[in-house]
Design a binder for this molecule. Structure first.
Ligand code: ASP
Length: 439
């Protein structure tokens, strides 16, 4: 997946257009809400015949590709692991680091969102109204949500689909992920001449899906404007305060993960001062922040590892490329918080076992997401569907996603670089004394 999701040609940047869409939809919606009120026949007409349909078409364009995307990216991810396994010990250490830090990140996200409860900024009346308004939407996906609600032997049995096509048709994410995992694992055990046509096909499928998401994203500025209008004309300013609280929650959790978890790994585990580390890798962090893409940051990451930290090229050249697609600590935090926030806003009260599933899904989908701007959004849509959260929620997130994407990508890259130090140190190929002194 090389191309940015929703990349546009020359002219105004897509994220600027989405932001404008958000501003226009929001201003129109809130003004309508404060002046004529939502029960006005003209407003009802606009919502029913214009804003509603445009918003829904945009959402459906995204929903339609979720299942093929999940299947192809998970199967390809596992098929790619086959090579790493051959590389053995170093690969094992890198993947161990990716997995553990991503789990820590997702857990932290869930703790922070449950402490800060950004959804409480929405008044109880608005929440009741939101639930009523979107109850129909939610009930269409209630079946999927219900399967995640009960926790027992079935939770595990249901992960294995009887029929993968049926599972995909019911948007049963866990079952499709399981099938993807098996599919990828089987590919790694086959002779390359036999598996290659299938991996090529999966790669092509992946590209096709990314292109379709690109089409959908062209619609995003209008879709977001319409969806936000529908929501804000009905609920006014109240909801927007909650969205601001949501953004602050995500940024706080990201900062905490870097400041506590990753700093502790650097300082206590690797004997490297976090401040020296940040100072040395800042070019990569700035690139990540400005491009919102782990993949685009790869060349800078490799350069700083080698020249600024003294990490041997063969270690960084191995760890960073895999890390840029597999190790997404910031994305896992973002996904977990977003799912819980939107679920609460739309009246889907998640139980503790369901939150555990949210955490697992955030980890898996963060591993599966492409390192491009908005790479995690389609997978996030998949998790929302799984919990019966109405699709309108994604519009709220897309409107503010640019700043969140920039921030989470910086955390993703921070963790990739820490992974390179971790593996180099554990392989006995680097110590803090190898950091070159700069003139
Ligand atoms: N933009 C992120 C990255 O490249 C992926 C995402 O979370 O959307 O790391």
């Amino acid at each position: 997946m090389s191309e940015s999701i929703g990349s546009t040609g020359p002219g105004m940047k897509l994220h600027t257009k989405i932001l404008i869409g958000l501003a226009v939809g929001l201003t129109a919606g809130v003004t309508t809400n404060l002046t004529v009120g939502v029960d006005n026949p003209t407003v009802e007409w606009v919502n029913r015949y214009i804003a509603g349909p445009v918003g829904q078409i945009f959402l459906r364009m995204l929903f339609m590709v979720v299942m093929p995307l999940v299947f192809a990216s998970i199967a390809l991810g596992v098929a790619g692991l086959g090579d790493i396994r051959k590389v053995g010990r170093v690969g094992g250490k890198a993947i161990g680091y990716f997995f553990v830090t991503t789990c820590l990140a997702a857990t932290l996200g869930l703790i922070v969102v449950n402490m800060m409860k950004p959804w409480e900024r929405v008044s109880p009346e608005t929440r009741v109204e939101l639930m009523d308004r979107f109850a129909g939407d939610a009930s269409t996906r209630v079946e999927a949500a219900a399967t995640t609600a009960k926790f027992g032997p079935e939770t595990f049995i249901n992960i294995v689909p009887r029929n993968p096509i049926d599972a995909a048709a019911k948007t049963d994410m866990l079952a499709v992920i399981f099938f993807g995992l098996m599919f990828g694992a089987a590919l790694t055990l086959m002779a390359v001449e036999k598996s290659k046509p299938m991996t090529d096909w999966l790669e092509a499928l992946n590209e096709v899906v990314i292109k379709i998401i690109g089409f959908a994203m062209k619609l995003a500025p209008y879709g977001v404007a319409c969806l936000i209008f529908t929501v804000s004309s009905r609920f006014g300013f109240d909801l927007m305060v909650a969205v601001a609280a949501f953004v602050i929650t995500v940024l706080f959790a990201l900062a905490l993960h870097v400041g506590v978890t990753l700093f502790a790994i650097l300082k206590l585990g690797l004997g490297l001062s976090p401040l020296v580390f940040v100072n040395r890798v800042k070019a990569a962090l700035i690139t990540a922040f400005s491009t919102s893409s782990s993949s685009a940051t790869l060349p800078t990451g490799l350069a700083v590892c080698e020249t600024q930290l003294g990490i041997p090229r063969k270690v960084a050249g191995f760890v960073l490329p895999i890390g840029s697609t597999m190790c997404m600590n910031g994305t896992a935090i973002f996904e977990g918080i977003t799912v819980i926030f939107l679920a609460e806003i739309f009246g889907v009260d998640l139980t503790i076992p369901q939150m555990a599933i949210v955490m697992i899904m955030s980890v898996i989908t963060a591993i599966g997401a492409a390192g491009v701007p908005g790479g995690s959004i389609p997978l996030l849509v998949g998790i929302l569907t799984m919990f019966g959260v109405p699709g309108e929620g994604i519009a709220i997130v897309l409107g503010v996603d640019r700043i969140l994407d920039m921030s989470r990508t910086t955390v993703n890259v921070f963790s990739d670089l820490t992974a390179a130090v971790f593996v180099a140190k554990n392989e006995g190929q680097w110590t803090a004394a190898d950091v070159p002194t700069l003139k």
